[in-house]
Design a protein around this ligand. Structure first.
Ligand code: EPU
Length: 429
């Protein structure tokens, strides 16, 4: 996997160093979407003496771990540039701790291995440490397909009573993103009809079902609260391009706004960030949204933000730490509540080290205007927290050193080089 070696050859680097205060300018594009690519790679394990080719894959470490997991269950993988091909047929159902325990999206192998093998042994997932992340909804979804689960010694062991799985009706108690994907994957080859209520509507799910439909799956209602799937006997080979990353898009837009800069973020799907645009514009950001790009003009944030994170199309929890950094330059107070991950506030203490005046009350933070911000040494412990700290360090005076390269690399292959291309004074050290 030489692409990763080239892209991720940062093992001798300790932190990211940023000298703040430069106004960003220029044009950038996001990479392919992490959370879309990871779901689709895991879903590709449904191939059966066939292949799936995915284009626009981001060269991040989570993708590398996903490819290794596909190999662990007997599939062939090939990565050329940003194009990944998965081919062959699943022959094994046991996964080691080495890769699956590092990423949350490893849970999607439940949905792609069980319809083929009837059984799976999978490490409990990893991913960002952003509070309690139970898997009860996944277990309930499997139960509805007569798949029984036990958890022992850090591994999930799930076994179907019989194959093929039988179509069913499920109401998700919360519209969990990955549990919705698992429910869809378990149903595409099931006998008869499956109806799913209260499902997640995130664009990554729509992107994944677009791949599944190219493979011949029969799915109706994706992007709404109710999805209906009519099982098919077999799936075909297919080629699909992963959608642009809406979270990287949002992060880059906020990097430019944070510095009072001027720029264009292009090759995007603007409707994926509709809630962000509304919030930025009401705070005073001068942005123009066109069909596949956003134009950002130098602007001041004269108002604050009032935000509650929600499942899509609400404001994404993944953007909460990043917009918290931007709130530091709002001229009025901002109030931000995370209703999805109520403990996702590890970035707050680090921002305080830079002079931020933030009060936390349970899952709500109040960010007060302050002029006393300056660079220092901070630590990011998950992908979005590191991005939050990078954006904060762009807008404060002086130098900031940010620990957390390995977390950034899990989610963004080229974020630092993109900021450099916008004239940011930033590098790995
Ligand atoms: N939840 C449960 N039980 C479950 C599953 C979820 O109670 O069985 C709760 C969670 O504790 C949380 C809420 O439901 O409070 C939402 O969790 P969800 O299941 O939707 O999250 P996820 O599917 O595990 C994906 C993304 C996350 C993103 C969330 C929410 C991937 C690989 N991960 O996780 O992305 O924050 O949806 O949008 O797609 C990130 O990229 O930084 C990231 C953490």
């Amino acid at each position: 996997m030489k692409e990763f070696a080239r892209n991720l050859g940062l093992d001798d680097k300790n932190y990211i160093e940023v000298v703040g205060g430069t106004k960003l300018s220029g044009t950038v594009s996001p990479d392919g979407a992490k959370n879309s690519a990871l779901i689709q790679l895991a879903a590709s394990a449904l191939v059966n003496d066939s292949w799936v080719t995915l284009e626009n894959i981001p060269l991040i470490s989570d993708v590398k771990d996903s490819l290794k997991m596909l190999e662990e269950c007997g599939l062939k993988t090939k990565l050329v540039g940003t194009k990944a091909t998965v081919s062959g047929r699943v022959t094994g159902h046991e996964f080691s701790n080495e890769y699956g325990a590092k990423i949350r999206a490893s849970l999607i192998f439940l949905g792609s291995i069980l319809p083929r093998m009837g059984e799976i042994i999978l490490p409990l997932p990893g991913g960002d440490k952003i509070g309690d992340r139970p898997i009860d909804i996944h277990i309930d979804v499997m139960k509805a397909f007569n798949i029984n689960t036990t958890i022992k010694n850090g591994f999930i062991h799930s076994k179907a009573e019989s194959l093929p799985l039988q179509g069913t009706t499920i109401y998700l108690r919360f519209p969990s993103v990955l549990a919705t994907v698992n429910a869809i994957l378990l149903s595409v080859l099931a006998e008869g009809k499956t109806v799913l209520y209260n499902v997640a509507k995130e664009p990554e799910i729509v992107d994944c079902t677009n791949l599944l439909m190219k493979m011949g799956a029969n799915i109706v209602g994706v992007g709404t609260d109710k999805i209906t799937i009519e099982g098919v006997k077999e799936l075909n080979s297919a080629n699909h391009e992963v959608m642009p990353d809406r979270l990287e898009t949002a992060a880059l837009i906020m990097s430019i706004v944070a510095t009072g800069g001027t720029g264009i973020v292009e090759n995007i799907i603007p409707e994926h960030n509709a809630s962000l645009f509304q919030i930025l514009m009401s705070a005073g950001a001068d942005i123009e949204v066109l069909s596949d790009k956003v134009l950002i003009n130098a602007s001041e944030l004269v108002n604050g933000f009032t935000i509650e994170t929600r499942p899509y199309p609400g404001f994404a929890t993944d953007l909460q730490p990043i917009i918290t950094a931007l709130a530091l330059i709002c001229q009025r107070e901002s109030i931000i509540t995370d209703t999805v991950f109520k403990e996702r506030f590890a970035h707050v203490n680090e921002l305080r080290k830079m002079g931020a005046d933030i009060i936390r009350n349970q899952n709500t933070i109040t960010i007060k205007p302050t002029t006393k911000l300056s660079g220092t040494q901070v630590v990011g412990n998950d992908i979005r927290a590191v991005v939050s700290l990078i954006n904060a360090s762009l807008l404060v005076s002086g130098t900031t050193q940010i620990e957390g390269i390995k977390h950034l690399r899990r989610g963004h292959a080229n974020f630092i080089s993109k900021l450099k291309s916008l004239n940011a004074c930033i590098d790995y050290v």
